[in-house]
Design a protein around this ligand. Sequence first.
Ligand SMILES: Nc1ncnc2c1ncn2[C@@H]1O[C@H](COP(=O)(O)OP(=O)(O)O)[C@@H](O)[C@H]1O
Ligand SMILES: [Mg+2]
Length: 277
Amino acid sequence: MDIRQGTTRMGKVLVVTSGKGGVGKTTSTAALGAALAQNGQKVAVVDFDVGLRNLDLIMGAERRVVFDLINVVQGDAKLAQALIRDKRIDTLFLLPASQTRDKDSLTEEGVAKVIGELREQFDWVICDSPAGIERGAQLAMRHADVAVVVTNPEVSSVRDSDRIVGVLDSKTVRAEKGEVVEKHLLLTRYDGSRAERGEMLKVEDVLDILSIPLLGVVPESREVLRASNLGTPVTLGSPGSAPAQAYEEAARRLRGETVTTNTGRGFLGKLFGRRAA
Ligand SMILES: Nc1ncnc2c1ncn2[C@@H]1O[C@H](COP(=O)(O)OP(=O)(O)O)[C@@H](O)[C@H]1O
Ligand SMILES: [Mg+2]
């Protein structure tokens, strides 16, 4: 399956996490995965949200699911049998979650093996985490090199993000080896006028509380819902829309580019350069 036969990649493992549910993790996994793949990176998005299985819907692949992560973890299917290649971008793949099976069938050993294999075949392995800070979320972040902490501009979401940062710093393989997981803040569902009216936190308020650097600010937008109802990541379904642009810029920052932003021109742009406290 590797197009560069005979070579082994050492891809990056990225977890999209938050603590709180419903903040935009799955939306962000699909959009960042698609944006990275549209730029030629070989990407696997992996659904760790066993029981809910949302990522395949947003990726428009729900009818193509045959085998899933648990099948591969348990050795009932090979990785190549379970990976679904995107019909629009041929460097984008999905490893779906199981809808029916018990979460406990995801063993730590099994996950380590699957992530190890994925790392060899892909540039990016993007793990969509379930909500919470318990076992399922810890398995999703276990092997992460990079974490995107998805946060909404409200106090409860920021508080949960703060807790997840603590878990990233203690329960991951990197933390146990005395290394750090690179952390990025992705502020989603942001509504500038509501923030101005004091109905939501402002970007700088969130940055003051969470001491991790800003990867992007994704505005609240109907385009997101429209795209996911059509089974397309928003960067593909509504290219050029404000949320798509924010995700594209975030993907470029993940690749290490310094992006002078459209969405963050002027005052917002300065916040990107700000160093973590
Ligand atoms: N930027 C946005 N603008 C509007 N709605 C959004 C945005 N991001 C996410 N949503 C919506 O919020 C809901 C939860 O998103 P989802 O990605 O499933 O969150 P999670 O995976 O964290 O539970 C979905 O209905 C999604 O369409
Ligand atoms: Mg989700």
